[in-house]
Design a protein. Structure first.
Length: 94
C-alpha cells in the first residue's frame, strides 16, 4: 500500500498490442531508479482499480469518468497514446 506522504504513480498500459505496453523490465527499471516514489505497475483491471484511489499520477492510455471519480488524489495524467479520446477530458477539466 502506498504511503500518503509519498508520490504514488500508477503505470497502467494494458493493451492487446504488445508494442504499446510498458514491458515489465522497463517498469522495474523506473521503480528501482526512483525509490523515493511509490509505483504501482498494474497489469490487470483489478490492480488498476485498487491503485487509483491513492494515485497522484497515472501513466495510462485510458481513463473514464467512473475511474476519475475513484481517484481523488490524481493530479497528473500522462498518456503515451497518439490520440486522447480515451481520456475523460471534459471531466478532468471541470
Amino acid at each position: 500500500m502506498p504511503s500518503d506522504k509519498r508520490l504514488h504513480v500508477l503505470i497502467s498500459i494494458q493493451q492487446r498490442v504488445s508494442q504499446w505496453q510498458i514491458p515489465e523490465a522497463a517498469a522495474r527499471t523506473i521503480i528501482e531508479r526512483f525509490p523515493q516514489v511509490d509505483f504501482t505497475y498494474a497489469t490487470s483491471n483489478a490492480e488498476r482499480a485498487q491503485a487509483l484511489p491513492t494515485a497522484d499520477v497515472a501513466y495510462t492510455w485510458i481513463l473514464n469518468e467512473h475511474e476519475l471519480a475513484q481517484a481523488p488524489r490524481l493530479q497528473w495524467v500522462h498518456s503515451s497514446a497518439a490520440e486522447v479520446e480515451t481520456l475523460c477530458l471534459a471531466q478532468m477539466f471541470a
